[in-house]
Design a protein. Structure first.
Length: 253
């Protein structure tokens, strides 16, 4: 019986190794295709920063392919992950200020984040204390903290991609589509994209038109810069800084 379980364990380990190898080879092939297309277009594919989700495998793959590129976690995905934990712990709405101030530590200088989290954690009990315990374990490690911190960073996200996903979901009209339904949807979407590409190439639509600036988002970015300057210059305490920025963080779900 023990041999059977050991054998099963080795089978599972082998399965994970095989899956990792497949993903690595797939990523390598995709990178080769992108490199080829970039060479054809005369593009120097050497980005300064790549924003991605918080999957460790994806991060290590990117760092392997682009060793001189800074890999940074998506600002909104960080918030979504913490909000998900808030839901699991069933924290009630009267804890909203605590949660939003905790999320606002994303704007603190990295050396000050530890102090900020400790300040907010003091005196917490029950589910709120459990949230802070989760935050320390999941997000406050030496490797993770710089990955999600956006102090003095022009916040950018992969929301353009998620926006496309949402638009595709709305067109689908339901959660679970059959294979052929999905295929028809993707073929139609390819037609839309081909038309858009032709419009850009012909000059009838400029790339600038496609990248609209959200005025509300731009205003929030200016507020972050203003409050950061006031905190750095000593006109706001750490707690006042977090209180000001908690209104900029997304609403807890």
């Amino acid at each position: 019986m023990i041999t059977k379980y050991l054998s099963s364990a080795y089978d599972v380990a082998d399965l994970f190794d095989a899956a990792f190898q497949i993903l690595f080879e797939f990523g390598y092939k995709v990178k080769s295709i992108i490199d080829h297309k970039a060479a054809v277009l005369g593009v120097n594919l050497n980005p300064q920063t790549i924003i991605c989700d918080f999957e460790a495998l994806l991060t290590s793959l990117i760092q392997g392919y682009f060793p001189n590129t800074r890999v940074h976690g998506c600002y909104f995905h960080f918030f979504k992950a913490v909000h998900r934990k808030v839901g699991e712990l069933e924290l009630n709405r009267n804890r909203r200020k605590n949660i939003r101030m905790l999320l606002a530590t994303v704007f603190l200088p990295v050396p000050k984040v530890d102090t900020g989290v400790s300040l907010l954690e003091a005196g917490t009990t029950g589910p709120l204390a459990a949230l802070f315990q989760y935050f320390w374990q999941e997000w406050m490690t030496d490797e993770r903290l710089p990955f999600w911190n956006v102090h003095n960073v022009n916040i950018r996200t992969n929301n353009h991609l998620e926006g496309w996903h949402n638009r595709l979901n709305r067109k689908a009209g339901k959660s679970h589509n059959g294979f052929y339904e999905l295929l028809e949807l993707l073929i139609a979407e390819q037609g839309v994209m081909d038309t858009l590409i032709q419009q850009v190439l012909s000059g009838s639509v400029t790339v600038g038109v496609l990248r609209r600036v959200n005025k509300v988002y731009a205003q929030k970015q200016r507020q972050v810069a203003q409050y950061t300057g006031e905190y750095t210059n000593g006109r706001r305490t750490l707690e006042q800084f977090l209180e000001a920025l908690m209104y900029i963080t997304p609403e807890p779900i």
